[in-house]
Structures are given as structure tokens and as C-alpha cells.
Design a protein around this ligand. Structure first.
Ligand code: ADP
Length: 487
């Protein structure tokens, strides 16, 4: 990668960070720019040994880190937050180069990633315990909340920075130490964050990053008994498989897995708000978010008007190199992702759907671009409606009445995010409460913020990230039941 990409070229790291040292390995792998196919960096290919060394380092660092005061840890997290913002432009450019999202979106993600550090620096000071009235004379019942211990985190490529800080910030805030395995497709953002963490004063061994052979590293992180907590964001099959391995040593587990978000538009919806919400929810990050609208359920009376209004917007979407500045959308992460979108489109059309609008592609021919598209009259049994498409393909399904919308919306093993557009307060309340989802956007397509709990139900996982509840996944409750001798 050309040094001109970054103001501070030293933020481009290619080794693992283990125990405060940058560790190379015998082998390397290429990190590619999905918009151009260019090689950005050759990153050290680590495996089980490096993962074990990282767990050694995290275990060794745990006693001193957890015995700092919350205020001391908070000050370091706050400095890390400030350094991320000071270097936001470099981090955004690095992210766009390795992940593809347009620079404006990458800047937004960098600010979002930093926000978790600021938030949990504040929450660190409020990990309160409880005193329970005794159950017998002379009894004192005290509950304290302590760091769970060494945390292992595995994160995906779609949000290469924010998915990291929303695990690492609460873990460090309460006194845990962390071994992170970022996606091998986007390790550069993770390593740059680690570099800034060290600069902010995160002590050696408190935050370790190992990238490379995912199954080999995963085997250690899920199997080593010293790891007491495993936090995963990624696909449902991989999450299930890794969580099962964690049970051999009964680790605490948090899972943020795939979604299949319904986006329900009722006849009484504000159509402009619904279209704006649809664009934000479906097409952000080229459709590669786990809270992306995946099924548009649209009531009969508004269906044609909503379809026409959305078609006008989708037709304007232009996919190109995110660094170039004029793209509304970047490339997809790789060729398989483009092939999946194409498979879903063909399947939907074979089952009777029509393409109402398509965007343009202006990126380099080597890039993994997919044209934004809007399909109408999609059959509910289409792949597009049953699986997470993870691409810029919107499909509309028609419904007649409220109960039918709820039934269709809940007819999936997933339960992460859902969206409702309606002006009727009673309906908004009824439907929000009936949806089997961890998060509901009501007249909005944007639900993610560091101050609110993010997470799913059913096969979308468990645990919550962000908000004051985000602390709970990284602390264990301890009861101290004391018998006080009479005077
Ligand atoms: P996605 O579809 O988002 O790529 P994955 O579940 O494949 O979802 O990837 C999410 C994270 O899980 C990435 O960091 C990836 O490297 C990791 N991962 C994938 N397979 C394994 C595995 N067998 N063991 C450990 N980590 C894995």
C-alpha cells in the first residue's frame, strides 16, 4: 500500500501484538483491497502457538490490570478514544482500503468505534455491587461484581473497528484482559487500533491481537481453560460451532450472529420516512450488516407507491471505489459475496419476482461490485427472504393485515433487528411487542448507538453490547455471605 494513503504510515502494522511486542511469524498472507484487488499488506500468519502466547500474556497481565482503580483504567480508555479521533482520517482510509465501504461511512464507523471507549470509560466507575438485608440475625449478604478474567474475542470484517471496541472497551473497563482475533480479511484496522491503544497507555498483555489461521487460533481461544469469557460476532454456523467448544471448559459466552430483519411498512406509514429508512437500513455498507433489512413486508394499500418511491432512490445508487469519493456504495467483501447476491436475485426471479430498479457500477473491473437492485412480488419462500443476503438487494413481499405481517416477520430462526413504519401508536406498540427480535426500529432505519443495548434473541445469539448492560457480559457476581459474631 502506498504510504501516501496515511498521514502516519506507522499505523499500518503487519505483525501480531502479543504481550506488548509486535510478533512476526514465518509465513504471511495478503490483505486485499476489495475495490481494486490490490495487495495492501502482507500480514503475519499466526496460529495456535501465537494464540497460546497471547493467552499467556493476557493471564499474566490480569492481576495488575484488574487491581487498578476504575478511574485509572478509565483514564487510559479515554486517552485511547482521543487518539482514535486524532487519527480518524488514517483509520478511515485504512478501513475503506481493506473493507471497501465509502470513506464517509468509514469516518462514521471510526467515530462510532471511539464512542464505545468513551462510554465504557464512564461506565467503568459504576460497576456497583449490592447489599442485601440479611436472612437471619448477624448475617451480612454482600454482592460484588468482579471482572470475569481473560476474554477472547473473535470479530467479523463488516465493521472492522466498531465490532472490536464494543467488546474490548467494556472488558478493559471492568478489569478484564483480552485476546482478539479480528477477521483475517480486515486485520489492518484492528492492528492500527492496537497500536493507538499502546500509545494511550494500555499496558503490555492487556490487549493482544493475533491474526491468521482462524480455525487454529479459534481452537485455542475456545479450548484454553484460562480464557473465562468468549465473545463472538459473525455467522450463525461458526458461532454455534465455537460456542459448543467453549462448553468443555464452561466459559461465559456472548454471541452476536446473523439476522434476517423484517422491514414492515403499514398503509398509514409516512412514505418518505419509510423510503429513507429503507435506504439507510438496506444499503448502508452495501447491505453487509447483520441488522440490514432483509425482507420488506409492505401492506397492500401502500405497496405500489412505496415500491415506486424506493425504486427512484435505488436507481440512483452508484457502486465504486470507496476511496474515490463519488461512490454511494463500495464493493462487497469478496467474489463469493457477489455470487451470493446474484444467486438470490436469480432465485427470486425464477419464483416470479420482477426487477423494478437497478443502480450503477462505476468501480474498477477487478473490484467485487454488485449493483443495487429492487425486486417486487418476491415469494416469501425465496432464498432472498429466508437467508441473510448480505448485499444490496431489496425484495418486497406484499401482505394484507397486521397479524399476517407479524407471522411472516417471526417466521425465521433469526431474531436480531426488525423495523416498523406506521403512524398508528396502538399498532406500533402491539407489533413492537409481538416481534421476536432483540431490537425494533420504529419509524427509523438506524438503531445502533453506544448508549443502547445491541443484541439478539433466538438463533441471533445472546448477550448485549453497548449501553450500561454491556458491562454485564464481562463481570461475574460474587456473594459474600458473612456471619457476624455477637459482641
Ligand atoms: P462472515 O460470514 O462474517 O465472514 P464468519 O463467521 O465466517 O462470518 O467470520 C466471523 C469471524 O469468525 C472471523 O473473524 C473469522 O475469521 C472467524 N472464523 C471463521 N471460522 C472460524 C473457525 N473455524 N474458528 C475460529 N474463527 C473462525
Amino acid at each position: 500500500m502506498s504510504d501516501a494513503l496515511l498521514r502516519r504510515p506507522e499505523l499500518l502494522r503487519s505483525e501480531a501484538l502479543i504481550g506488548g511486542r509486535w510478533e512476526d511469524s514465518g509465513a504471511r498472507y495478503d490483505v486485499l483491497n476489495p475495490a481494486t484487488g490490490a495487495c495492501l499488506a502482507e500480514v503475519a500468519m499466526h496460529g495456535a502457538d501465537a494464540a497460546t502466547h497471547a493467552v499467556d500474556a493476557a493471564s499474566a497481565a490480569l492481576p495488575s490490570w484488574s487491581s487498578l482503580s476504575a478511574g485509572e483504567r478509565a483514564a487510559i480508555l479515554r486517552r485511547w478514544h482521543d487518539l482514535i479521533l486524532d487519527n480518524a482520517e488514517d483509520l478511515a482510509r485504512l478501513m475503506t482500503a481493506e473493507q471497501g465501504k465509502p470513506l464517509a461511512e468509514a469516518r462514521g464507523e471510526v467515530a462510532y468505534a471511539a464512542s464505545f471507549l468513551a462510554w465504557f470509560a464512564e461506565e467503568a466507575r459504576r460497576v456497583y455491587g449490592t447489599v442485601i438485608p440479611g436472612n437471619a440475625p448477624g448475617r451480612r449478604l454482600t454482592v460484588i461484581r468482579q471482572p470475569v478474567g481473560v476474554v477472547a474475542a473473535i470479530t467479523p470484517w463488516n465493521f472492522p473497528a466498531a465490532m472490536i471496541t464494543r467488546k474490548v472497551a467494556p472488558a478493559l473497563a471492568v478489569g478484564c484482559t483480552v485476546v482478539l482475533k479480528p477477521s483475517e480479511l480486515t486485520p489492518l484496522s484492528a492492528l492500527a487500533l492496537a497500536c493507538l491503544g499502546a500509545e494511550a497507555g494500555v499496558p503490555a498483555g492487556v490487549f493482544n491481537v493475533v491474526s491468521g489461521d482462524a480455525p487454529a487460533i479459534g481452537e485455542v481461544l475456545t479450548g484454553d481453560p484460562r480464557v473465562r469469557k468468549f465473545s463472538f460476532t459473525g455467522s450463525t454456523p461458526v458461532g454455534k460451532m465455537l460456542a459448543a467448544k467453549c462448553m468443555a471448559t464452561v466459559k461465559r459466552v456472548s454471541l452476536e450472529l446473523g439476522g434476517n430483519a423484517p422491514f414492515i411498512v403499514f398503509d398509514d406509514a409516512d412514505i418518505d420516512a419509510a423510503v429513507a429508512g429503507a435506504i439507510a437500513s438496506k444499503f448502508r455498507n452495501s447491505g453487509q450488516t447483520c441488522v440490514c433489512a432483509n425482507r420488506f413486508l409492505v401492506q397492500d394499500g401502500i405497496y405500489d407507491r412505496f415500491a415506486a418511491a424506493l425504486a427512484r432512490k435505488v436507481g440512483l445508487l452508484n457502486a465504486g471505489d470507496g476511496l474515490a469519493g463519488s461512490a454511494d456504495q463500495g464493493p462487497l467483501i469478496n467474489a463469493e459475496a457477489v455470487a451470493k447476491v446474484e444467486r438470490h436475485r436469480v432465485d427470486a426471479v425464477e419464483r416470479g419476482a420482477r426487477i423494478l430498479a437497478q443502480g450503477q457500477v462505476s468501480g474498477p473491473s477487478q473490484g467485487h461490485f454488485a449493483r443495487a437492485a429492487l425486486l417486487v412480488d418476491v415469494a416469501p419462500e425465496s432464498l432472498l427472504a429466508r437467508e441473510e443476503t448480505f448485499g444490496p438487494l431489496a425484495g418486497l413481499i406484499r401482505f394484507d393485515h397486521e397479524e399476517e405481517a407479524i407471522r411472516l416477520a417471526n417466521d425465521t430462526p433469526a431474531g436480531l433487528a426488525a423495523y416498523i413504519f406506521t403512524a398508528d401508536h396502538g399498532r406500533a406498540t402491539r407489533v413492537s411487542e409481538a416481534l421476536e427480535y432483540g431490537m425494533v426500529g420504529l419509524n427509523t432505519g438506524l438503531i445502533s448507538t453506544e448508549v443502547a443495548p445491541f443484541g439478539g434473541v433466538k438463533e441471533s445469539g445472546f448477550g448485549r453490547e453497548g449501553s450500561r448492560f454491556g458491562i454485564d457480559d464481562y463481570v461475574s457476581m460474587k456473594l459474600i455471605a458473612a456471619e457476624i459474631a455477637p459482641a
